[in-house]
Design a protein around this ligand. Sequence first.
Ligand SMILES: NC(=O)c1ccc[n+]([C@@H]2O[C@H](COP(=O)([O-])OP(=O)(O)OC[C@H]3O[C@@H](n4cnc5c(N)ncnc54)[C@H](OP(=O)(O)O)[C@@H]3O)[C@@H](O)[C@H]2O)c1
Length: 344
Amino acid sequence: MTDRRWTVAVVGATGAVGREMLRMLEERSFPVSRVRALASPRSVGRRLPFAGGEVEVEVLSEAAFEGVDIALFSAGGARSLEFARSAVQAGAVVIDNSSAWRMDPEVPLVVPEVNEDALDAHRGIIANPNCSTIQMVLPLKALGDAFGLRRVIVSTYQSASGAGQGGIDELFAGVEAHRSGEALPSEVFARPLAFDCLPQIGDFLDTGYTSEEQKMLEETRKILSMPELPSSATCVRVPVARGHLESVTVDLERRATAAEAREVLSSFPGIVVMDRPGEMVYPVARDCVGRTETFVGRIREDNALPGTLHFWVVSDNLLKGAAWNAVQIAESLVARDRVSVPRG
Ligand SMILES: NC(=O)c1ccc[n+]([C@@H]2O[C@H](COP(=O)([O-])OP(=O)(O)OC[C@H]3O[C@@H](n4cnc5c(N)ncnc54)[C@H](OP(=O)(O)O)[C@@H]3O)[C@@H](O)[C@H]2O)c1
């Protein structure tokens, strides 16, 4: 990294992801000269902890990007569509957590361990993939490079925090309501989440898949530069507060034993293999909360199909799935001297 320091804006700083972004910037000693915390008018004047002091929340507006070098957006797609371009016009490089720009062909969709080079083509906006996609593409890239990837099938077990602070609150409110015999709330989630699993994340499409499942398919193809990769997802919301879990099946070009796959995955950056099932060593959400890595376990060959592997992937959706991946992109931009908006 250079000696230069940067003005960083966190848009949605009061949210579940935004607060983790501030924490990641601090924990990584990202070279900030100033941090600006932006949110809705509801939060103006709130003080958020940062680097031993506090930063006061300001309202999100076009003027707020004056002098900002890097803007980490995490306030929903509507805010990203409304403000990202004006932030870029003001000279900021935008790293956006929403789905607003992910499939725009001009916008790199980046997981640094997988396709960091895509950053060099940025024109001001860079997209952070969906949380479930991020943790899956790490092992897919590792196994794909080593054995060739033919097909992917995934079932997710996604925590309440994937729907933001409101999702966490609704899960806990549901547990309380269940205890006191009241009706369980379902404002954030389509159905009550407490003590249940919901096979719906996002809206249903004509295909029978949900928008979340479609995002996983499209984003995975874009990140891996495999536009035809056959892939299918079933996304399920589970009553876990934080951390997403996934069961993944891959068909490979060349047959790999579980031991060979374990070795390949262990040496891939950002992956930690936890796979000694006889000793009950496999990742669960509790192991992963607060960690930036992606954890893989239960690696095994299919009983009947040679070249097919199954494994289990767990990560902190608020960190690698959101805040850490975004700050990691910012670090890559600094290292690659790309904290600037190309003109023309
Ligand atoms: N949670 C995840 O695992 C995850 C993972 C990847 C991507 N994302 C994406 O990250 C974004 C934020 O998610 P989250 O989980 O942090 O949600 P959240 O906890 O609900 O936080 C939402 C944030 O957006 C701000 N906001 C809402 N309306 C606004 C407005 N009109 N003007 C300015 N700020 C506004 C909120 O500010 P106030 O506090 O002032 O309302 C808050 O800071 C979403 O786009 C989400 O899709 C989330």
